[in-house]
Design a protein around this ligand. Structure first.
Ligand SMILES: NC(=O)c1ccc[n+]([C@@H]2O[C@H](COP(=O)([O-])OP(=O)(O)OC[C@H]3O[C@@H](n4cnc5c(N)ncnc54)[C@H](O)[C@@H]3O)[C@@H](O)[C@H]2O)c1
Length: 394
């Protein structure tokens, strides 16, 4: 082989290479265009389906024969949902840390002929969730409808929120959703039948002052629902649905009883419970209550921050008025230029609040009083603190 023929073959190789590269590029471009066209066509189909449902109503599934687990079923929304679920023909299991609340709900459910069992479970503790799930599976069967409803709120500005309350917000409002899903999803996937409901909040869509830990845990819960739904679709699991509920403030459940809200009226808990039931029966994905607030959320991504902040400050001037009056450390820092306390010192304060450990539950009548009295001897932040209704944790 001569040098010139080697050169020639290299040139023809190079030409062949560039031809195949060009063919690949054209093929990729055609695939991408086709993919975009398919996406647009399917999206249009979904929009038309949605408009059709809006006009003629969405199909509703029956909840007869489902085994529903409602966390936080000892009161508030959880109790209202339990009553509606048994009326719809489901059997209900309740988890809560409030024994009296559980007894009351069980009595009410049984008084209307419902099938109901309750367990004391502190869902902020992974081991308790797994243990209770195993016990339930043995005693009753596999859960087919999981309603992650239990929630807590601390209700104070971030720097006045003891560490353990921030951890508690995350443990109850979102981490527990992971543990419960891991416990109950496998059986749902196996049967290709199930429904996971995340009771998040509108505070999982927008930030609110004094709710930094609450909002961020609820944002996480919203993300949990959306990513899990997409993952189930990716895995080809068609029979397991997820629904995320984001209500505005609700009256009469206790959690945000004294919230100062303007422009949008606070919701009736019965109406919210009805809306949740409807959304489960319709397999809805994301439910904003009231629904007209969807438009506000859409505007959030369009308008400058000043407009959004102005709106939110007017909408909820104070999410937790009972924590707005004491001379807090944060205010002192802002007004008097007092240097912040070392973090270690703060941790000691929050540990005192927690009766010795960072993971313990606290209650109005129980350890909270003891730790409050201890804390009040040593910690100025907490001296005048009244217990948030959201801390009605026993
Ligand atoms: N009340 C509102 O204005 C409002 C608004 C939007 C969203 N939400 C959400 O709705 C859900 C229900 O709230 P609600 O208004 O009925 O409040 P609620 O305080 O009446 O009920 C919460 C229930 O959760 C239970 N709970 C708390 N910590 C627990 C734990 N570690 N383990 C097990 N159970 C625990 C409580 O004992 C209580 O029974 C919550 O997730 C809340 O964040 C409430």
């Amino acid at each position: 082989m001569t040098a010139s023929s080697g050169k020639h073959s290299r040139t023809s190789n190079g030409k062949a290479h560039s031809t195949s590269e060009a063919t690949n590029m054209i093929r990729t471009a055609i695939y991408t265009i086709l993919d975009v066209l398919v996406f647009l066509g399917v999206s249009l189909g979904y929009c038309i389906q949605d408009w059709y449902f809006m006009i003629f109503g969405m199909p509703k599934k029956s909840l007869k024969g489902e085994l529903a687990l409602v966390t936080g079923g000892g009161g508030g929304l959880g109790r209202l949902l339990a009553l509606r679920l048994v009326r719809a023909g489901s059997s209900v299991v309740l988890w809560d840390i409030n024994q009296d609340g559980l007894d009351e709900t069980t009595k009410l459910v049984q008084s209307i002929g419902g099938n109901c069992k309750s367990y004391i479970v502190d869902i902020s503790k992974k081991e308790e969730v797994y243990k209770a799930a195993d016990q339930m599976r043995k005693e009753i069967g596999d859960v087919t409808l999981l309603i992650n409803n239990a929630g807590v709120v601390s209700g104070r500005v971030l720097l006045d929120t003891p560490d353990h309350l921030i951890e508690r917000s995350f443990n109850v409002n979102v981490m527990a959703h992971f543990w419960a899903a891991k416990a109950f999803l496998p059986a749902m996937i196996q049967r290709n039948h199930g429904h996971l409901v995340t009771i998040a909040s509108l505070a999982g869509q927008v930030g609110i002052t004094k709710l930094v830990d609450y909002c961020s845990s609820k944002f996480a819960a919203v993300g949990f629902d959306e990513a899990l739904r997409l993952e189930l679709e990716y895995l080809g699991v068609k029979g397991v649905h997820t629904t995320c509920i984001c209500p505005y403030f609700i009256q009469a459940t206790g959690m945000f009883e004294d919230v100062y809200s303007r422009w949008v009226p606070t919701l009736k808990s019965e109406d919210v419970a009805d809306r949740i039931m409807l959304s489960i029966r319709r397999n809805e994905k994301l439910v904003i209550v009231p629904s007209y607030l969807k438009f506000m959320l859409a505007l959030k991504w369009i308008f400058p921050w000043g407009c959004i902040a102005g709106f939110l400050k007017r909408l909820v001037p104070d999410a937790s008025p009972q924590h707005g009056v004491q001379p807090t450390e944060t205010k002192a820092m802002i007004n008097n230029n007092v240097p912040p306390a070392p973090l270690l010192h703060r941790k000691v304060k929050s540990d005192l609040m927690c009766n010795g450990t960072n993971n313990e539950s606290i209650g109005i009548n129980g350890p909270m009083n003891v730790s409050e009295s201890k804390a009040s001897q040593t910690t100025p932040i907490l001296v005048q603190r009244s217990i948030s209704v959201g801390e009605r944790v026993h």
